[in-house]
Design a protein around this ligand. Structure first.
Ligand code: ADP
Length: 187
């Protein structure tokens, strides 16, 4: 089964296997680089599928940031361009450096900042990729627990805010890892 969901805070937390660029939630989240200038993985896929309007807006936003960089753990919002989603929330996860350099907290902050921004904009559905577990090297079991704990906590603390918060897992292994983590967290 490639879809799992739990009800929480008046909404649904879902895990699905699939492609983040295909999600028809109001916003999708990009695992961006601090430069906001695009990259590989999720970032490349989103810019390819969404077209140049997203990068244009990223460039404008980058100009307003100190050092033209978005600090890890923070999030900004752009148009979704040609994507099914109306908006893209760009957040920067931590690069894995062994786990003793605040990586857990920065990862939680990336999820929390993205949901806060969606909430501020009144968006009711958001889809996330598995932030930091690709090029940034964060171990996926540990990332899954942090991601899901953070999403569950936010949904419980802000009941009625979201209809759907979705984790979109690219590989069957990652889907299974997240499924097990969700089971452990929710019983
Ligand atoms: P990071 O740089 O934050 O590690 P990556 O984009 O390298 O981000 O990878 C994050 C995760 O997203 C990885 O598990 C990767 O397999 C997955 N991924 C890659 N492309 C897609 C996509 N189109 N949709 C959903 N997940 C994807």
């Amino acid at each position: 089964m490639d879809k799992v969901s739990v009800r929480v805070g008046g909404g649904v937390l879902e895990l699905v296997r699939g492609d983040i660029t295909q999600q028809a939630t109001e916003a999708i989240v990009n695992a961006a680089n601090p430069s906001l200038m695009g990259g590989g993985g999720v970032d490349g896929a989103i810019h390819r599928a969404g077209g140049p309007a997203i990068l244009e807006e990223c460039k404008q936003i980058a100009k307003t940031l100190p050092g033209r960089r978005l600090p890890p753990g923070q999030a900004v919002l752009t148009t979704g361009g040609n994507l099914p989603a109306r908006y893209v929330i760009h957040t920067v996860g931590p690069v894995w450096r062994g786990g003793q350099e605040g990586e857990d907290e920065v990862l939680a902050s990336a999820y929390r900042s993205s949901l806060s921004l969606a909430k501020e904009k009144g968006l009711r559905s958001v889809a996330f990729p598995s932030i930091s577990t690709g090029a940034y090297g964060f171990p996926v079991e540990r990332a899954a627990r942090i991601a899901l704990r953070t999403l569950l906590e936010f949904l419980r603390q802000h009941p009625g805010t979201f209809d759907v918060v979705r984790m979109v897992l690219w590989s069957p292994q990652d889907f299974e890892t997240y499924r097990q983590a969700l089971e452990e967290l929710t019983g």
